[in-house]
Design a binder for this molecule. Structure first.
Ligand code: DC
Length: 227
């Protein structure tokens, strides 16, 4: 297992992905976006045309295809059987359907195994998702939980969409985010919640740079105690 494991969990659009990527770069660590794993299985299942409620078929998809996740130059590249699907897994359809895959216990088990394997062959890792501190890496060195109010998260998501030329309606985006929160929090397996020993940070009034600085401060403190 890696010498240093940092987990960042939190709701959709709380800034955890960008924060995790920048923190990993600052610490010269690997970065794992576990949401990309759920998205990749979702895309593969959609392409195969299977019933997204059929857990056994979802598990077959997870085991049958070769999913590759690599973090080159701070970017998470995703391949399914050698085809690069890094952009495709961000589509609105995949985003909406990912909840079916996230609610399938056997698929979660399989993906958690892949996440642990990813960490096992790396020295330092910053991993982000919903259950990284609670399930995948219960004994992580440092656990963070990022939150922000849903209006602010919707505002951030809208700004992100604008950079891609999509003019989204703020109210609709906020509604979709709140719906995803409910589905993430009410899941029977790997639900979204802070680990008991997580450092909870409300990012509503903080810039990404301020969040990264804050987290890096905690990491530095922890590492200085370790040595
Ligand atoms: O963070 P994201 O929006 O890319 O996540 C995509 C989906 O995967 C979302 O429905 C939540 C789910 N997910 C999960 O259940 N557990 C994780 N560790 C990461 C993501």
């Amino acid at each position: 297992m890696a010498d240093l494991i940092i987990t960042i969990d939190g709701p959709a659009a709380s800034g955890k992905s960008t924060t995790a990527r920048l923190l990993a770069r600052k610490l010269d660590a690997s970065f794992l976006d576990t949401g990309a794993m759920y998205r990749a299985v979702t895309l593969a299942a959609m392409q195969a045309g299977i019933d997204l409620n059929d857990e056994q078929k979802l598990l077959d998809i997870t085991q049958k295809f070769d999913f590759q996740f690599s973090d080159r130059a701070g970017k998470m590249t995703v391949r399914i059987d050698d085809a690069d699907v890094t952009e495709q897994i961000r589509s609105l359809e995949v985003t909406a359907n990912a909840r079916f895959i996230a609610a399938a216990p056997k698929v979660r088990e399989e993906l958690v195994k892949m996440q642990r394997h990813f960490a096992a062959v790396r020295r330092k890792i910053v991993t982000e998702g919903r259950d990284q501190g609670t399930v995948a890496f219960g004994d992580a060195d440092i656990k963070f939980y990022l939150t922000a109010d849903s209006f602010e998260r919707a505002r951030r998501r809208q700004a992100e969409l604008l950079t891609k030329g999509i003019d989204g309606d703020l109210e609709q985006i906020q509604e979709a985010i709140e719906k995803r929160d409910k589905s993430d929090e009410s899941r029977a397996v790997g639900p979204l919640k802070p680990a008991e020993d997580a450092i909870v940070i409300d990012t509503t009034n903080l810039s990404i740079e301020q969040v990264v600085e804050k987290l890096a401060g905690y990491v530095e403190e922890k590492c200085s105690k370790k040595t």
